[in-house]
Design a protein. Structure first.
Length: 260
């Protein structure tokens, strides 16, 4: 409830509905890693709806080799996507530009409220460079010509969680906001909500480091340039390594897409 009280004090935020829904989710148990995938992540009720609305991306060979797995709810692979102790586990291949991602299969509009909510623990996060690390969540757009996400949540340098917000969908153009949200230590559990507020102009991010009891919420105004891509936004989450390093492991307690 502490997270709810903080969010209630924020202006323009519509995240209360998202968090109150999850107060009623029960976490099912699983004693060990399912080594033969008899239970898939999509078999667990708390993940079914999100995976039904998503596909799984698995990039290897420094992002050059791609598996585009259309039905995420049917996927299980003990190397990178499986169930362990009732959690959905996702593991990155570990090289620069490699990734394992849950990619929402929706075309979202800025005038309709929607959100992605997750609670997860992050391990083996790259720390070789202080300004780079691993991307864990995004608002992206699949219009032709879009070269980068509108918004990216990342763990940088293995020590802090940041949000990068862009004015332009073209690389190296427009202003870029790079905001510190919370410090991070190995195996910290993070709650994150990324929301399209539904007013046609704004998106928001709320991040709480549950291990450190630190929370920050920021609302961002979407530029007119990005608005020309309206109707083609979507959420992504996972482990997208920005530098070569360890195979980042994400253990999800909760994961969902929310629609108005």
């Amino acid at each position: 409830m502490k997270f709810l009280n903080i969010i209630l004090n924020q202006k323009k935020m519509g995240l209360l509905i998202v968090l109150s829904i999850f107060n009623f989710i029960q976490i099912s148990g699983q004693s060990d890693k399912d080594l033969d995938c008899k239970i898939k992540p999509g078999d667990l009720p708390k993940f079914q709806a999100a995976l039904n609305d998503a596909k799984l991306h698995y990039y290897t060979n420094q992002g050059k080799t791609k598996l585009d797995l259309k039905k995420a709810e049917e996927q299980c692979n003990t190397d990178y996507f499986f169930v362990e102790k009732g959690k959905m586990i996702l593991i990155s291949p570990g090289q620069k530009s490699d990734r394992t991602e849950i990619r929402q299969e929706k075309d979202l509009d800025l005038s309709s409220k929607s959100a992605m909510h997750l609670i997860a623990t992050f391990e083996n996060v790259p720390d070789a460079r202080m300004n780079k690390g691993v991307t864990i969540g995004q608002i992206h757009n699949d219009t032709k010509g879009v070269k980068r996400p509108l918004l990216r949540v990342e763990i940088a340098g293995g020590s802090e969680i940041r949000v990068v917000f862009t004015e332009s969908y073209l690389k190296n153009e427009g202003d870029v906001e790079n905001d510190f949200f919370t410090s991070f230590s190995e195996k910290d559990k993070i709650e994150c909500i990324i929301e399209i507020l539904g007013n046609g102009d704004e998106v928001a991010v709320a991040i709480k480091n549950l291990a450190k009891n630190k929370t920050r919420v920021i609302t961002y105004s979407v530029s007119d340039l990005w608005k020309t891509m309206d109707g083609n936004f979507y959420f992504k989450a996972g482990a997208y390594t920005q530098v070569a390093g360890p195979r980042t492991k994400v253990s999800y307690d909760q994961f969902a897409f929310i629609y108005k």
